[in-house]
Design a protein around this ligand. Structure first.
Ligand code: FAD
Length: 444
């Protein structure tokens, strides 16, 4: 552990996944931390609003490992997904492994459980205080002053800190306050697609209704269904589709005929009544992508996780990248001995362009998951990647592996893929010339 010259007062706005993780890292270095969370204590509630499972991969695991939580969350309570299982309309299955060379998998973990474990872990540090039902109303980020609404009493509460960490999610109030500063750039994009959560029950004898070690996908061109296994042998997934498709699914009949046409095998597993009940329980949710720069104000405020780089969920990297933000901050605290005048600008320098890169990759992966995965050219490219990765695993790392199974920065992941594309295009060109030359020699 780094030596701490001065114990700082850290205010973390948002006690979601990234905020709770950040509290552990800062408290581990001896700082005094207060988490201010808008909602009530998730540990006292039965269910959580958003999707109930998440795919955890290398970047997230490395962060959990640093605070000794990897074992309990991944090894004991995570469900290994070794590849995608593609379902066609006739119910035929095709498995595409994530990493047939090194056998890496990604892990499905319950979102609520993850949050509970992180909050419990944070609370165990002596310097950590958790305040629920506190909504950030306003802040002077340079002076470290904040005003919260206590949603229980309706009273306002003033607070002060040496460092404010905005871990308050995609619609971050801290980011909104930052956006009034000169030279702060921010762009938000809602995609035209939304999602509805659908769960698949376990079988009568308490088994998985489909292979329990895969992320299941029903790619249908402009829309798709996905499903991730849960520890209790159910699956939870989503229908991702354009809102104009959801507009047509307003009645029971329309919904059942849509599922019979596009996802007949899934309909059978979910059951008609169950599907209708789940589907009409909630409105389709929107998906947003946020790119901003910088991520900090002076030495007193910084945004992390979705507050800094919310992204569409198709690379399963939102939480993983948010966890990696905290690892990067921790690495910088080690290097600069908790001198935030040096740490925060460096964090923006290292992380902003990377945040933009993973937002772009996540957008790209939606097209891959719902459409490209069924194409021969995609499968051929996967095959070439596999052969080259087997032959030269340290030299040729497929894009998916680089994102999910390494800590290569996201810009480098894209640059590496562009280089691979160029190598393959050039090779095809020269093989073509060679082929025609041999053909000409033989024929003439
Ligand atoms: P959040 O989890 O949104 O937490 C923010 C917290 O701040 C909340 O608790 C909120 O109540 C609180 N808050 C908000 N405003 C205030 C305020 N004014 N004052 C005080 N508190 C406030 N990521 C993955 O890595 N893998 C996946 O498989 C994956 N799947 C996903 C599937 C779907 C359908 C979606 C929508 C997202 C998925 N993600 C996934 C992304 C992941 O959910 C997010 O990246 C992650 O939750 C971000 O964590 P966070 O702590 O930054 O934000």
């Amino acid at each position: 552990m780094a030596k701490v010259e001065e114990k700082l007062r850290i205010a973390i706005v948002g006690g979601g996944l990234v905020g709770a993780l950040a509290a552990c890292f800062f408290a581990k270095r001896g700082h005094r931390v207060i988490i201010y969370e808008y909602r009530s204590d998730v540990r006292m509630e039965k269910s959580h609003g958003q999707s109930i499972n998440l795919a955890l991969s290398f970047r997230g695991r490395e962060a959990l490992k640093a605070i000794d939580l990897e074992d309990i969350l991944v090894k004991r309570h995570g469900t290994c997904m070794r590849g995608r299982m593609l379902h066609d309309k006739d119910g035929n299955l095709k498995e595409v492994l994530y990493d047939s060379v090194k056998g890496n998998c990604i892990y499905s973990v319950n979102r609520r459980y993850l949050n509970v474990v992180l909050l419990d872990a944070a609370e165990k540090y002596p310097g950590v205080q958790l305040k629920f039902n506190r909504k950030l109303l306003s802040a002077d980020l340079e002076k470290g002053k904040m005003q919260f609404l206590d949603t229980n009493t309706g009273m306002t509460e003033d607070a002060e800190a040496d460092l404010i960490i905005g871990a308050d999610g995609a619609h971050s109030k801290v980011r909104k306050i930052m956006s009034r500063k000169p030279l702060f750039n921010c762009a938000q994009t809602y995609i035209e697609h939304g999602y509805v959560e659908i769960s698949v029950p376990h079988t009568k004898d308490n088994q998985f209704a489909m292979s329990g070690n895969n992320l299941h996908i029903w790619p249908r061109g402009e829309f798709m269904m996905t499903s991730l296994p849960n520890e209790n042998r159910t699956f939870t997934g989503n229908l991702f589709a354009p809102f104009r498709v959801f507009e047509k699914l307003k009645t029971r009949e329309a919904l059942l005929s849509f599922y019979s046409e596009h996802f007949p095998d899934l309909l059978q597993l979910v059951g008609e009544e169950n599907l209708v009940k789940q589907f009409f329980e909630k409105e389709p949710q929107t998906l947003i992508s946020i790119k901003c720069k910088p991520y900090h104000v002076g030495k007193t405020a910084v945004i992390v996780g979705d507050a800094a780089h919310a992204m569409v969920p198709f690379y399963a990297q939102g939480m993983n990248a948010g966890f990696e933000d905290i690892l990067v901050l921790d690495e910088l605290m080690e290097r600069y001995e908790s001198d935030f005048a040096k740490i925060l600008p460096k964090f923006s320098e290292l992380r902003c362009d990377d945040g933009h890169a993973i937002c772009d990759l996540a957008m790209y992966n939606y097209i891959e998951m719902r459409d490209l995965v069924t194409r021969k050219s995609f499968l051929l490219r996967k095959f070439l990647d596999k052969v080259l990765y087997t032959l030269v695993p340290n030299f040729w790392i497929p894009l998916y592996s680089a994102v999910q199974f390494t800590r290569m920065n996201f810009r480098e992941c894209i640059a590496h893929k562009e280089w691979q594309d160029k190598v393959l295009r050039t090779s095809v060109f020269y093989f073509g010339i060679l082929f025609f030359a041999i053909f000409a020699i033989l024929v003439l």
